[in-house]
Design a protein. Structure first.
Length: 373
């Protein structure tokens, strides 16, 4: 998911007029917070299998206002599926990116108590994941917490809540990572969407690309092999046929979060540079996604690397992401998918801001159940 090293660039002259339900906001609607110059800074740091991302923001009336952001592809999980360990070069890349994040945090004067720093699939899976995070803590002062797939999914849902179309009866949130893909099925009950089922498939863009190296020819067969691989991983969905009927009947839609869908959106829009304000909240049809994937196949590896919304670091991963999305769309027919350039980090920020606004009460035992919106 391409981002600038600073705050996301916005070009209001090119931004289409959006309704409240379509606005590409920094945070979720319905999460008002203290705003103004005196509002405290919050930070969310996400170390994934493929990316290292940081957001620093202040509470605002409609969610939060981004003060600074950072994103770097580090491929921490490179080779992990073969060895079960984090590679030395991959750890060095991630450490360098995290050190830069630490410098940004210090430069902004962010209170460490308001920095939520988490690690996901690569560090969960790797035998030496905890040891690497201890190295990071000792060298940079950043204390990253490994979160389980349930919490990861819940946070991604929270970050995307205001992209749900209130007129539908069900939503499937698809969070495609480097080492895993989280799926959350929610159905409408009254005015709220409630979780019906959740799963984490151990297939992401890095693992899928490593299983299926791109051939010099025969890309259609290669692509279909990736789709079949992902289809098998999500075959045992933990929801009943009534939920699937809502998708088949056109009464549901998907929300896709991560670079897998934002890259398709950039290709679909023909962007000459990545523009978050045009991508986040965009509606795409299933046909739009398939056409963008076909364009990517025709471009070839060199052509994809030259695309401003992809670049050389993602050229060998973007079709794996497209294949994951296509497998999900085949299993859960939906004509519409909402593109989300947001997710776990936004969920972390909103959760902590909301927690800090609540009056202090007797602490309850932490609920470890899957997310409910």
């Amino acid at each position: 998911m391409p981002e600038t090293d600073g705050a996301p660039r916005r070009d209001d002259r090119s931004q289409p007029r959006r309704t409240d339900g379509q606005r590409a906001a920094n945070g979720a609607a319905g999460e008002p917070g203290a705003s103004g110059r005196d509002a405290p800074l919050y930070g969310a740091l996400d170390l994934g299998t493929n990316n290292c991302r940081l957001l620093i923001a202040k509470p605002a009336r409609d969610g939060f206002r981004v003060v600074d952001s950072f994103s770097r592809i580090v491929r921490l999980g490179e080779g992990l599926s073969r060895t079960g360990r984090l590679d030395d070069a991959a750890m060095d890349r991630a450490y360098e990116a995290l050190a830069l994040c630490g410098e940004r945090v210090a430069r902004k004067g962010l209170d460490s108590a308001r920095l939520m720093a988490v690690a996901t699939q690569a560090c969960r899976q790797a035998e030496n994941g905890p040891a690497f995070l201890e190295r990071v803590r000792a060298g940079t002062g950043l204390n990253l917490r490994i979160i389980d797939p349930v919490e990861e999914a819940r946070l991604a849902v929270r970050g995307c809540l205001n992209l749900f179309d209130p007129s539908v009866e069900a939503v499937l949130v698809v969070d495609v990572g480097g080492g895993s893909t989280e799926l959350n099925w929610l159905t409408k009950r009254g005015d709220a969407f409630v979780l019906e089922g959740w799963m984490s498939a151990p297939v992401g863009v890095v693992t899928l690309a490593e299983r299926h190296p791109e051939p010099a020819a025969g890309l259609d067969d290669w692509y279909e092999a990736m789709v079949r691989d992902m289809s098998a991983a999500i075959a045992d969905a933990p929801v009943g046929p009534a939920v699937r009927d809502l998708f088949v009947g056109g009464r549901a839609h998907m929300v896709g979060t991560s670079g897998a869908i934002t890259s398709l959106a950039g290709i679909h829009l023909g962007l000459q540079r990545y523009q978050r304000n045009l991508v986040d909240g965009l509606w795409m049809t299933r046909g739009d996604c398939e056409a963008a994937a076909e364009t990517l196949k025709q471009l070839g590896a060199a052509g994809r690397a030259a695309q401003p919304c992809i670049g050389p670091d993602r050229a060998d991963l973007v079709l794996a992401g497209a294949a994951i999305m296509e497998a999900v769309q085949r299993a859960w027919p939906s004509e519409r998918v909402r593109v989300a350039d947001r997710g776990l980090r936004e969920g972390l920020l909103l959760q902590q801001m909301r927690h800090d606004r609540k009056p202090r009460r007797r602490r309850r035992r932490r609920n470890s159940s899957p997310p409910v919106a």
